[in-house]
Design a protein around this ligand. Structure first.
Ligand code: PML
Length: 261
């Protein structure tokens, strides 16, 4: 048995009553890990760079181990760019290489850049036309019920590549789950953390980070999932929100850690 632990925090009021989104987090953990993971989430909601939350929703639900799907972790690449403009141009090129139509890429970047407030979940966008497919407004579709299968092996794997921050730790897990969904061509994301300007494009083959995708100080971020024509949207939304998934790093990486730890 595992536990899905989900936190969303807002300021002013609950999200659904117009409160400002402060923080969100997702884990899938054992009973032993549950108290410390729940406490860490509460701390994160209370001491966040976006402000202090006065509404915190913490949900804990059991998940049967036999219902958990195993998904491989995406490899990571980083592209250093000198400016937000250069970052967005490179991200655009990567999305087009992945099969997203140039017009859809342009529409998506404009939609993300034009948001008045952060998206809590993701927008689903047609990869050919750029038309938004979900009707969830600012809520979007929140990807839920995922975690890393072996946290130690994952952290070592990231560390060896020079990555140690919580943003990348969580984003790679989320992107790996999303890219395992049938019909998802690519994802574009940048953070709502005003101090964090690195964003990424993920494809079923690769998670590519661009060191500047939004201006420093901007508290507005979000995600767009580009969807292939003919994809069953109900099934996709169901997978993204409800299918429990554990992500694993490549076997030799995990075993190398086991030998040297
Ligand atoms: C977020 O934390 O809200 C999104 C993360 C974006 C990029 C993470 C990275 O690869 O550094």
């Amino acid at each position: 048995m595992l536990y899905s632990v989900r936190m969303r925090a807002a300021q002013g009021d609950a999200h659904e009553k117009g409160g400002k989104h402060i923080s969100g987090a997702e884990r899938l953990v054992s009973q032993e890990q549950l108290p410390s993971v729940a406490t860490a989430m509460l701390r994160r909601a209370l001491f966040h760079s976006r402000g202090t939350a006065d509404f915190i929703n913490l949900t804990v639900e059991t998940v049967l181990t036999e219902n958990v799907q195993a998904v491989p972790c995406l490899p990571i690449a980083t592209v250093a760019v000198p400016s937000v403009t250069a970052g967005r141009e490179s991200a655009q090129a990567e999305l087009i290489r992945a099969g997203v139509a140039p017009a859809a890429v342009a529409a998506a970047i404009e939609a993300l850049a034009g948001l008045k407030s952060s998206l809590r979940g993701a927008m689903l966008v047609d990869a050919q036309t750029g038309v938004r497919l979900d009707d969830n407004g600012e809520k979007g579709i929140r990807v839920s019920r995922m975690d890393i299968a072996d946290e130690q092996a994952y952290l070592c794997w990231l560390n060896r590549q020079g990555h140690s921050n919580i943003h990348i730790q969580e984003a790679v897990v989320l992107a790996s789950k999303v890219m395992a969904a049938p019909g998802v061509v690519a994802e574009l994301c940048w953070s709502d953390d005003p101090e964090y300007v690195t964003g990424y494009v993920s494809t079923p083959m690769l998670y590519t980070r661009f060191t500047k995708l939004k201006p420093y100080g901007s508290p507005i971020g979000g995600r767009i999932f580009f969807i292939k024509e003919g994809t069953d949207l109900e099934q996709l939304a169901d997978y993204l929100q409800y299918q429990p998934v554990l992500i694993s790093v490549p076997a030799e990486e995990a075993s190398v850690d086991a030998i040297f730890d």
